[in-house]
Write a protein that binds this ligand. Structure first.
Ligand code: APR
Ligand code: PHB
Length: 390
């Protein structure tokens, strides 16, 4: 088999890249380890920056997003029951859109299907060969046969556990990571949200987040210890704990119901440098992970794909290599700034279960006080929350 761009991984990064390349007249093949149902069964964050919405529009996959996405102008931060609203629209002129990652992925699959996109599901034993040459190959098994895909470039969109990043030799690769001593327990329920805007709350018992997928479907999270287990958190226990951690008005508005999804995910930050090695380019979770606070994961994957699709289009249109050569540096610049924001928002809002944390608690209190009383502080928060410019 032969194509121009070989893409490993059919999550949002790989699918969006293949769709944008198609729009620009470039051929690609996506190799995805799992079935389409499996990929669509994953529940992830659902908060899109304006730049992400624009990219999905440019890719021609935004009909449902334009119709069903909920636009938000602001967000509530709560510290021990006291609210601080950040009106990010007034501060930055940008809105955020609530639209689930599952729906983004479904829209991308549908678009690729309509336009004859080649996506091979259940492609296993993927290995990369010749990525230090201009004739790289991807070897894999599909439909019980060993196959080879010859391409000009290999793009690793295969998430944190994929094989692409491992193909960059350790002597040129540097990985940075930091783990947090807690996890998030998330619940999806067919109940109306407690408020029109998102609420991020710090409470002595731990963080809580009220988010949503639509006017009738809510998404809630609470901070739990790393060893927490879903089966120890029946719905009643979850609702009662969430209720305790919310400010009184939100708690009064909380409508509970059976959970339709419940899962626990640990929080960590991770960045791999560089994001390109010869013919191999990394994008999305394959190169970086952010904690979910602020929902930057999908938005960063989309900004990587934006830089990469532009660079590949310039290459195929007029043999220009500048965009490809600058890709790693450009992408990493935005990745590090978003990692800084996600990390500091996580520190601000969570209990770190530290002994003798009196000092860090006072620092947190001072930071909330600063946000509540300084427009400059709110502006800085808002600028990162809505997404830094590309
Ligand atoms: N071969 C083929 N496909 C693979 C392999 C492999 N060896 N390893 C992983 N994959 C696939 C996974 O099955 C998955 O579908 O790569 C895909 C990676 O998708 P995501 O993990 O969703 O990553 P990405 O597309 O970068 O999206 C980033 O999704 O994970 C969230 O928080 C993240 O919101 C962010 C966004
Ligand atoms: C979500 O809706 O899943 C969500 C929203 C905001 C976040 C994280 C997750 O910061």
């Amino acid at each position: 088999m032969k194509t121009q761009v070989g893409i490993i991984g059919g999550g949002p990064a790989g699918l969006l890249l293949s769709q944008l390349l198609y729009v620009n007249g470039i051929e690609s093949v996506v190799l995805e380890k799992h079935s389409r149902e499996h990929v669509l069964g994953r529940i992830r964050a659902g908060l899109l920056e304006r730049g992400t919405v624009q990219m999905l529009q440019q890719a021609g996959v935004a009909a449902s997003l334009n119709k069903n996405g909920l636009e938000h102008d602001g967000v509530e931060l709560v510290y021990k029951g006291r609210n601080c609203r950040i009106d990010f629209f007034e501060l930055t002129g940008s809105k955020m859109t609530i639209y689930g990652q599952t729906e983004v992925t479904r829209d991308l699959y549908q678009a690729r299907e309509k336009t004859g996109g080649r996506i091979l599901h259940k492609a296993t034993d993927v290995t990369l060969a010749g990525i230090d040459t201009e004739r790289p190959k991807i070897q894999f098994h599909h439909d019980g046969q060993a196959k080879t895909l010859d391409c000009d470039f290999v793009i690793g969109c295969d998430g944190y556990h994929g094989v692409s990043r491992a193909a960059i030799p350790s002597k040129v690769k540097r990985e940075y990571q930091s783990s947090f001593p807690f996890a998030w327990l998330g619940v999806l329920s067919e109940t109306p949200p407690v408020s029109e805007e998102l609420i991020y709350a710090y409470h002595q018992r731990g963080f809580a987040l009220c988010s949503m997928r639509s006017k009738t479907r809510s998404r809630y999270y609470i901070q739990v210890p790393l060893d927490a287990r879903v089966d120890h958190w029946p719905d009643d226990r979850f609702w009662s704990e969430l209720n305790t951690r919310l400010p009184s008005e939100a708690a009064r508005n909380l409508i509970t119901g059976p959970s339709i999804e419940k899962s626990i995910a640990p929080l960590r930050s991770f960045v791999c440098e560089p994001m390109r090695w010869n013919s191999l380019f990394l994008a999305g979770d394959a190169a970086h992970i952010v904690p979910p606070t602020g929902a930057k994961g999908l938005n960063l994957a989309v900004s990587d794909v934006r830089y990469l699709s532009q660079a590949l289009s310039e290459f195929y249109q007029n043999k220009a290599t500048e965009g490809l050569d600058n890709y790693s540096q450009r992408a990493l610049d935005r990745v590090w700034k978003a990692s800084r924001f996600s990390w500091s928002m996580t520190r601000l809002l969570h209990d770190f279960y530290e002994d003798g944390s009196a000092f860090s608690n006072r620092i947190r209190e001072a930071e909330f006080e600063y946000l509540a009383t300084s427009q400059a502080a709110r502006m800085s928060f808002a600028e990162s929350y809505v997404g830094l410019p590309y």
